[in-house]
Design a protein around this ligand. Structure first.
Ligand code: NDP
Length: 286
């Protein structure tokens, strides 16, 4: 038996087509394109690739993307000043600070300084709070894309057991909150979880957001599970996920590939959030 592959890239294409139409409508209504300002601080090569992909996707969707590149030694105060300028610029709809920031920068203070109405990554505490109360203003891009994929593929969520491995602010925690809001019975596992394989084998939906190549193997997989592999790990120059594909193909009912699964959806949802931010600010509703 071979697990069905969940085609994130194809769904991402459909989302981007929808966003392009919405961006075009916004432009006809307001006389300008929705605009995204991305801050890239330092010279992390992976961040550079991610930001370039975000800007390319923006251009394809009719979103005016702009990158502000700052050197690694930029101080927290300087970054806060740049964010204040962006927050006060009526022509900027979405603001994103690419992570990770250089070690001397106070990441929390920087993320807290983004105007919550322009916070397209949804990391501001106000947006995190709204998400956890089940009334999201912006849905964080990676878990939001995963929900879209589960829905598009007809994978039922309500009443089923979901296990999320990883509890980062970016993926694991918001993923668990979103699945709970959709009435899954959710377990969040992490590096201190005892008997992790047993916990994972309870899952009907297993989300691996760990950052360890092929960590999730046969021992973690319940026959018939849907496996969502968020991991993006470089192993001798090749991109691979957190899930052992060969084991998942044998045991799971469905799985996302890496690449071509969750990654493209993350960018598509960023585009969607940017148009949403533009509408929210200009019209008061999305
Ligand atoms: P973090 O490093 O912030 O979090 C990793 C989580 O995994 C932590 O909660 C950690 O637990 C947990 N963990 C680590 N080791 C183990 C272990 N042995 N057993 C159980 N849990 C463990 O990573 P992110 O959430 O930011 O990213 C996770 C992965 O997803 C990375 O590969 C990243 O590149 C990828 N990613 C992909 C995206 C995409 O668009 N496809 C977007 C964002 C991330 P603890 O909290 O106890 O330390």
């Amino acid at each position: 038996v071979s697990a069905r592959l969940l085609d994130g890239r194809a769904l991402a294409g459909r989302i981007r087509t929808r966003v392009a139409v919405e961006a075009d409508t916004f432009r006809r209504q307001t006389g300008r394109s929705p605009a995204l300002r991305v801050f890239l601080i330092g010279d992390d090569p992976a961040s550079d690739v991610y930001v370039r992909n975000k800007l390319k996707a923006s251009a394809e969707c009719g979103i005016a993307g702009e990158t502000v590149r700052l050197p690694a030694e930029t101080t927290s105060a300087e970054i806060l000043g740049r964010l204040a300028t962006a927050n006060g610029d009526g022509a900027v709809d979405g603001i994103l600070v690419q992570l990770p920031l250089p070690p001397h920068v106070e990441s929390r203070a920087v993320l807290d300084a983004i105007d919550p109405l322009r916070d397209v990554d949804a990391f501001h505490p106000e947006n995190v709070g709204l998400l956890h109360q089940g009334r999201p203003r912006f849905v964080p891009c990676t878990p939001g894309g995963i929900l879209e994929l589960l829905d598009a593929e007809g994978i039922e969520i309500a009443g089923r057991r979901a296990v999320v491995v990883g509890r980062s602010e970016i993926v694991g925690k918001p993923m668990a909150a979103l699945l709970l809001a959709r009435n899954a019975t959710v377990t969040t596992a992490h590096s201190k979880t005892r008997d992790l394989p047993d916990v994972c084998r309870e899952a009907d939906i297993l989300v691996a957001a760990i950052g360890r190549a092929r960590f999730v193997g046969a021992a973690h997989l319940n026959p018939g599970v849907a496996v969502i592999d968020v991991g993006m790990n470089r192993v001798v120059g090749k991109l691979c996920g957190d899930v052992d594909e060969e084991a998942a193909d044998r045991i799971a009912a469905a799985r996302t590939p890496v690449p071509g699964g969750v990654g493209p959806l993350t960018i598509a949802m960023l585009m969607s959030n940017t148009v949403r931010a533009a509408r929210l600010r200009c019209f008061g509703s999305a």
